[in-house]
Ligand binder design. Structure first.
Ligand code: C2E
Ligand code: CA
Ligand code: CA
Length: 564
């Protein structure tokens, strides 16, 4: 059987060869030219789980796993019938049904007449190695949490899609999908709930697309959808609507029923970008615009969005020197008690007069200050300035006038906060009970435990806290009201909405009755006309702030407006 080309093999040597085959760790199988098994070694028995007595006389087809296409086997036959060896990694099935990977070589054995008399297959079990390789490959390309393609595979797919689009003349659309306020859910309900929500979100997104399109996870709560063969932007818009709809129903996660909306930015190749990176960047920009516009919506990329991003960049540079160059100033807007017609407080609002950019609105520059950390020194200056100016107003005949001062979330989390405030109060000789710090719901809910501790120390020092823009955040009222806060400032979107929308009116009514029952004070913000004023008063809200009474003005101007 073990024939050769002219070499003389003695009986002792033949026996040694037989022992080698018997004792090698690898699987050895010898079949006749027609494929019927004549011999398998103990290595084969060990790896496959089949005994020699079970398999001799059979065709090796029982090892097939069904994982290779039929062409794989015809290719084997073609190769070995030509007299050449065939090498490959086989996915086979053991006797117990388990799949395993076998690195196998099948070689023809030629008889003395030169014809193929047998085949010998030698194989190694490489299951561990291949599984590890596949796991690594999977990890390199897929997101472990959701099973979606990750950033790296997304990049490959997008590049391929763009190449195909180049040939077909159709467009590729990218939808940049970002969950609204996901961080809050993660921080308040824990990562476990957050993770499960992401998995559910991934499933809903996948259902919004055709099977041939790609949904990938960029990381965090950001997902990317790639649509190919787009003939008209309408198709893309339809999918965006479908996504918004898919997120309109609550997510049951554990014992929670969560509502999360999404903001979507859309960009098209070749219309908006020359390559995959630019396409993603522009969809990202459009997504930010959707967020700014109030979330739960989508935006197509437009060229002037880039211009805005450029503007932000130059602002970022300009704002670095703004504090030293004395470009910041404060204006004040009174809060009036309509029962006494007297101002009970003034809210300090920051202004930046940039020599290059003119007067920049706080909504534009405060996020920049937050990002580069300058918010801390700027706010330190602003608080001192405001305390000084309001102290002067108190001296000039408004002894109980309160200062309402805004704190951004970064300031609120700054470790030196209490020390800074105490020092500033002492220095200005300002009564702590006349300082009210305004914090948004999201600043408070960012890290509820830490917030509770800081709020408690503020309360201990007699400093008041108001919840700003109340009603716009995600937080549950019950949760929020465990914090020691004194005042709710009803967001101006409700005040404006109340006139026309029953829902807004109902919300304000609910807030008002809650505030009353909890003994909280309430301020209606952004009151511009008498109709809004009347509605608020009807609901028991008598503290009013808005253009109806006064726009924010410099201290010098305000002094002349305050009644004595
Ligand atoms: P905010 O705390 O909600 O301040 C009230 C905003 O509403 C002010 O905008 C004010 O000018 C505007 N407003 C007042 N009455 C009316 C009205 O009747 N109608 C309308 N449409 N708007 C009215 P402003 O000054 O542009 O400030 C915007 C936001 O910037 C503030 O919102 C606040 O969140 C932030 N901000 C302002 N100054 C500071 C500051 O010193 N520190 C921090 N951290 N944030 C500040
Ligand atoms: Ca405020
Ligand atoms: Ca506000």
């Amino acid at each position: 059987m073990i024939a050769n080309s002219g070499r003389n093999i003695g009986a002792g040597f033949t026996q040694m060869l037989a022992q080698a085959v018997e004792q090698t760790d690898d699987a050895v199988m010898i079949t006749r030219a027609d494929g019927i098994i004549e011999y398998v070694n103990p290595g084969f028995e060990r790896i496959t789980g089949y005994l020699a007595t079970d398999v001799v006389g059979r065709n090796p087809g029982f090892l097939r796993s069904g994982m290779h296409p039929p062409t794989f086997y015809s290719e084997i036959w073609r190769t070995i019938s030509r007299g050449e060896p065939f090498r490959s990694v086989f996915t086979n099935r053991r006797h117990n049904g388990e799949l395993y990977f076998e690195e196998k070589t099948i070689s023809p054995i030629h008889g003395n007449d030169g014809a193929i008399s047998h085949f010998v297959a030698t194989g190694k079990d490489v299951t561990e190695r291949i599984s590890a390789e596949r796991r690594l490959e999977y990890m390199a390309n897929y997101d472990a949490l959701t099973g979606l393609p990750n950033r790296s595979l997304l990049h490959d797919r997008l590049s391929q899609a763009i190449q195909r689009a180049h040939r077909t003349g159709k467009s590729v659309a990218v939808q940049f999908v970002d969950l609204d306020r996901f961080k809050l859910i993660n921080d308040t309900l824990g990562h476990n709930i957050g993770d499960r929500l992401l998995i559910e979100a991934a499933t809903r997104l996948r259902h919004c697309l055709r099977a041939t399109d790609t949904v990938a996870r960029l990381g965090g709560d950001e997902f990317i959808l790639i649509q190919e063969d787009v003939g008209h932007p309408d198709v893309v818009e339809q999918v965006a609507h479908k996504i918004l709809d898919a997120f309109a129903t609550r997510f049951p996660v554990g014992s929670h029923s969560l509502f999360v909306s999404v903001s979507i930015g859309l960009a098209l190749y070749p219309e908006d970008a020359v390559g995959p990176d630019e396409l993603l960047m522009r969809a990202d920009l459009a997504m930010y615009r959707a967020k700014e516009a109030g979330r739960n919506s989508f935006r197509f990329f437009e060229p002037d969005m880039d211009a805005n991003a450029m503007r932000t960049l130059t602002l970022e540079v300009a704002i670095r020197g703004a504090l030293e160059n004395h470009e910041f100033a404060l204006v004040y807007q009174p809060i009036i008690d309509t029962r006494t017609h007297r101002p009970i407080a003034v809210e300090a609002l920051l202004r930046w007069h940039s020599p290059d950019h003119g007067t920049v609105p706080p909504d534009h520059f405060i996020p920049l200050l937050e990002e580069n950390g300058l918010i801390v020194p700027v706010a330190r200056w602003a608080l001192r300035e405001a305390l000084r100016e309001v102290h002067a107003m108190q001296k000039a005949g408004q002894p109980e006038l309160r200062l309402a001062f805004n704190l951004s979330s970064r300031q609120f989390r700054h470790v030196g906060l209490l020390q800074d405030i105490t020092a500033a109060l002492d220095e200005a000789d300002f009564p702590p009970h006349l300082l009210e710090l305004e914090l948004t719901e999201s600043a408070l809910m960012d890290n509820p435990e830490a917030s509770a501790a800081v709020l408690e120390s503020l309360r201990a020092r007699g400093i008041r806290v108001a919840v700003d823009d109340f009603g716009t955040g995600y937080s549950s009222l019950a949760y929020l009201l465990r914090f020691p806060v004194r005042t709710l400032k009803i967001d101006r979107s409700f005040v404006h909405g109340m006139e026309h929308s029953r829902e807004a009116a109902t919300i304000v009514r609910a807030i008002a009755s809650l505030a009353t029952s909890l003994g909280l004070e309430m301020v209606g913000e952004g009151v511009e006309n008498l109709a809004q004023l009347a509605l608020l008063q009807e609901l028991g809200c008598y503290q009013i702030q808005g253009f109806l009474f006064s726009r924010p003005v410099p201290a010098s101007e305000l002094a002349t407006r305050l009644p004595n």
